[in-house]
Design a protein around this ligand. Sequence first.
Ligand SMILES: [Fe+2]
Ligand SMILES: [Fe+2]
Length: 272
Amino acid sequence: MGMHWVRDAGACSGVYVLEDGRTIIDAGNMYGLIDELQDLGPLDRLERILLTHCHFDHVGGMEEIFQVVSPDVHVHPVTREYLRLLRSPFPEFFDALEGDGKLKLIQDGDMIPGSRPLRVIHAPGHTAGDTCFFEETSGALFSGDAVLPYRLNLGPALSKPDETCGGRMKDKVHSLKRLVSLPVRHLFPGHGEPVFHKGSDHVKLSLYSLYQSLHEDRPELAWVTMGRDLLDLGQLAEARQCWSKSAEISPEASEVKGLLEAIEAAASQAAH
Ligand SMILES: [Fe+2]
Ligand SMILES: [Fe+2]
């Protein structure tokens, strides 16, 4: 898909420019973003900004953009509420947008129109309003901070729940399980380099590292839980790999044996 990426830097998220500059995802927090956008073409093409969540590193650049153009801003209602917590003048800025009818509330399952429509996925966990955008034909997931890519030597980057913005571990597990079921080829995160192949592997690694953090004293259970999830998705070979990892750690654990039984039951069902 034709797309431009304005790289993230420090306390500024990456910004994705789509649809020949008609749509951007997140606004970063970088003075000078407007120059970068202008280099791509006239700014009055910008029709909409999609926000992934309320954090300042993703929305701070809005003010600069609105000094020049006034696109619609698409935001989940929960994010809309948490935007009130930002430091002044941002709460007033968003109130003014709302007053002007520029704030468009989006819900899980909505489609953002365009030559390649984007499906809205509410994926709370990092914050309560986390929103991802999925482009089905190319398998591109714009994940904000809900999923960050695995980096060699650094391992999976897990964005922590921010409780002040309603982030909760329990929601994060649920959301990542949903995202794991998507056929993600490209992962376009709010921080870190875009991933162009096997994006779903990065979603799986995020979920696995979450399970690791939840089962620190019994690491085999992280593999068992991951294996159960993959089994639910019908990914038998990968579930079996999880089982063998868990069996290396604790072959006698009842959960480990239970996973193997479940895999074998599913395999024999698939054979009939
Ligand atoms: Fe961020
Ligand atoms: Fe964030």
